[in-house]
Design a protein around this ligand. Sequence first.
Ligand code: FAD
Ligand code: HEM
Length: 409
Amino acid sequence: MLDAKTIALIKSTVPVLETRGREITTRFYQLMFRHHPELLHIFNHVNQKRGRQQTALAHAVYAAAVHIDRLEEILPVVRQIAHKHRSIGVLPEHYPIVGKHLLLAIKDVLGDAATDEMLKAWEKAYQVIADVFIRVEQEMYEQVKRQTGGWEGFRDFVVVRKVKESDVITSFYLQPTDGDPIALYLPGQYISVKLEIPGETYTHIRQYSLSDRPGKPYYRISVKREDAAANKPAGMVSSFLHASVREGDVLPISAPAGDFTLDLASDLPLVLISGGVGFTPLLSMLHTVVEEQPTRAVTYIHAAVNGRVHAMRNEVAELAQNHLQLKTYFCYSSPTEEDKAAANYDKAGHLDLAWLQSILSDKQAQFYICGPIPFMQTVYAALQRWGAADEQIRYEFFGPASTLKRHSA
Ligand SMILES: Cc1cc2nc3c(=O)[nH]c(=O)nc-3n(C[C@H](O)[C@H](O)[C@H](O)COP(=O)(O)OP(=O)(O)OC[C@H]3O[C@@H](n4cnc5c(N)ncnc54)[C@H](O)[C@@H]3O)c2cc1C
Ligand code: HEM
């Protein structure tokens, strides 16, 4: 454990590191990738370019440092990050590399302001924080290895079916090439897919939520193609999966992970609210809840631009037909003429509090939200204004985890 003097020094230097946080982590990545280019196989290059990973790592290190004498308080956050690390394949031997380059970066950016005493204190603190991550991740590695059908690292799966679900979303049904069982998972969890794309020096790893219910002989992922637009290139992995991966092709994937999971111990009404491709973890929850809790009230709200990009509509409609506990609502921001003629949506435009209140009888419910960040901010702020209990609102980012709290004030 750290001594009181080191703890005081760490806490007193957090503000200066936070102010220079972006610079430090940017420098950290430059140095680390220069000395360890092999790590480019596991980091998401786009998150790097867009600064998303820099922010996530900086926040996590400082949050941990502030809590250095009571790290148990941030264990839920550690576990969430550890799920991602385990899914990607971060190992204990990677931690000293990160620690060394973090210290080098602090020294580089702060110059003389980084005293030997301060650097020593941060070295010790990093060790303490890293040990917590390593321990939590080790437990997760052991757990997936022990689990029936579980495995460590990446395992080859063959694409047994590829199904177009909408103009932009395609599902891939995956079964292991070894023919052995596959691990059960909690509805809401994701897998990582590792791709070798022709012409690319490094592998690319991305996460995809499992969109069917656990217990099937396959895993299903449903992927949105990220097309090129005005000032952004086409998404690397999603474009490749759509255009080049065919039935019979093999994809290495890691065992299911993630803590955005359905709470089946609760019997509060369940409200699943998704925007765009964010429906995937919620669809898995939906399939599960109607089977496991047939008397629980469930509302499924999905927002899409219009009917052309609305995926899996029939699958949800069929569930609603067979399970009276389920009510479904579709919200189209720009319905097409065909949508208007078919009157196949419940609300035009964006979802708002007045509309939510008109379809939901009670704010005493468990809410799960997933979708683009502005969509989640709108829904979260609406639920807060209504007075829904914070601990009953859960959400997932399809990128580095963050919080909606600071946006909703
Ligand atoms: C837990 C989790 C679950 C997920 N589940 C799903 C799911 O079920 N289905 C799904 O479709 N996705 C899901 N995702 C998202 C998925 O992991 C990928 O992020 C997504 O498919 C995009 O990856 P890509 O390689 O196609 O795009 P990338 O190449 O990673 O690009 C991402 C975006 O950034 C833009 N971009 C690229 N380069 C730049 C640049 N230099 N400047 C500005 N913009 C740039 C691209 O146009 C694209 O829109 C999930 C993510 C997480 C973390
Ligand atoms: C104590 C040290 C560390 C902290 C505090 C930390 C923190 C974080 C955080 C906050 C995220 C984002 C989580 C999310 O996406 O939801 C993340 C992701 C990630 N971390 Fe770490 N991490 C640490 C060590 C490491 C190590 C040692 C490696 C391996 C070299 C590593 C590799 C990654 C990768 C590859 C990602 C996903 C990045 C992406 O896809 O953009 N991390 N980490």
